[in-house]
Design a binder for this molecule. Structure first.
Ligand code: NDP
Length: 315
């Protein structure tokens, strides 16, 4: 069975930063990249708020830079998904791709979060045929077409603005009478002539013969003037937030009601299991920024290094 001193799961800014720090501390970390190598940032376009890139940098480029930086210092970056975990004793046993088990003296969980869906049966029915949770991945297919974005946060605004550069029209479907996004993003969507915001609307279904052709909407739910009507749209984009990828660790670690892993002491990356550390969005329901994820990856690697220098290997 393969053994490692430091196993990192996940390859967003948290995972790669942990790998950079852990390899520079001679921990010879092994990092598994997970379902989406590079993480959520690979599905964004320009990143203008990561310090050090004053002219902006694309998400995929930033992640490739981090990956190469980790490799430069000796991190063993591998393709693969952690499918099971046994954290009952050290060394921890992590199963990769349902077949291989790795024993780890320390574990850094940086598995991030995944886009949420509304839970409509039609989202499954039209998966890959008009339904998407990533405008920058799939927007290209909607050149000069009509699309809708669900959500009123920063992600929804960003996706709506991105899609407005391709599509002929963008409907934003927002369940509240206001946007939750930052002021600067709100202003950007408000002044965009191609974006129409449908406040107090919910998508309740989709229709179309071979792919999405339109959306069933519910307006003013629960009010006397509640009504349903349909709009035509070729694309339906979800931007309603993310759920943490913590499932396989839940039997061992404490999480909040949404599944975000709780640190033992919030100012550190330590969990209640000595030797298991968390970094990035899987433990952060509040900030969820690339730079804060990178910072927490740094903390996790430092905590792992200190733990290893203070503790004998597990049996
Ligand atoms: P948010 O949680 O901020 O917003 C989610 C949006 O989706 C809200 O408008 C919410 O409505 C709506 N929503 C949630 N569930 C449903 C549902 N079942 N049906 C209909 N609507 C729903 O998520 P984001 O992904 O937008 O942002 C996450 C974090 O990342 C935030 O902190 C944000 O600031 C940050 N971010 C920063 C960016 C940047 O700085 N460049 C870019 C993107 C994100 P309601 O308001 O009613 O709850």
């Amino acid at each position: 069975m393969e053994k490692t001193r430091c196993l990192i799961i996940g390859s967003g800014p948290a995972g790669y930063t942990a790998a950079i720090y852990a390899s520079r501390s001679n921990l010879s970390p092994v990092i598994y990249e997970g379902l989406q190598p590079g993480g959520q940032l690979t599905t964004t376009t320009e990143i203008d708020n990561f310090p050090g890139f004053f002219e902006g940098i694309t998400g995929p480029e930033l992640m490739e830079n981090m990956r190469m930086q980790a490799i430069r210092f000796g991190a063993d970056v591998r393709a693969g998904i952690a499918t099971a975990a046994d954290l009952s004793q050290r060394p921890f046993k992590i199963t990769i791709n349902d077949e291989k088990i790795i024993e780890a003296e320390t574990l850094i969980i940086a598995t991030g979060a995944t886009a949420k869906y509304l839970g409509l049966p039609d989202e499954k029915k039209y998966a890959g045929a008009g339904v998407s949770a990533c405008a920058t991945c799939d927007g290209f297919f909607y050149r000069n077409k009509v699309v809708a974005v669900v959500g009123g946060g920063d992600t929804a605004c960003e996706e709506a603005v991105y899609l407005s550069n391709l599509a002929s029209k963008v409907h934003m479907i927002v369940r509240k009478p206001f946007l939750r996004a930052s002021k600067i993003m709100q202003e950007e969507v408000m002044k965009n002539p191609k974006i129409e915001i449908l406040f107090e609307h919910e998508a309740i279904g989709l229709f179309g013969e071979h792919g999405v052709e339109g959306i069933h909407l519910l307006k003013h739910r629960g009010r006397p003037d509640e009504e349903t009507y349909d709009i035509a749209a070729d694309g339906f984009f979800l931007a309603i937030g993310h759920a943490p990828n913590s499932e396989i660790f839940k039997p061992y670690l404490e999480t909040d009601e949404t599944g975000y892993i709780l640190q033992d002491r919030p100012e550190t990356s330590k969990t209640k299991i000595p030797g298991v550390f968390v970094a990035g969005d899987v433990a952060d329901s509040r900030y969820r920024q690339a730079v804060s994820a990178a910072g927490s990856g740094c903390k996790a690697a430092i905590d792992a290094e200190r733990f290893l220098s203070e503790n004998q290997p597990g049996s």
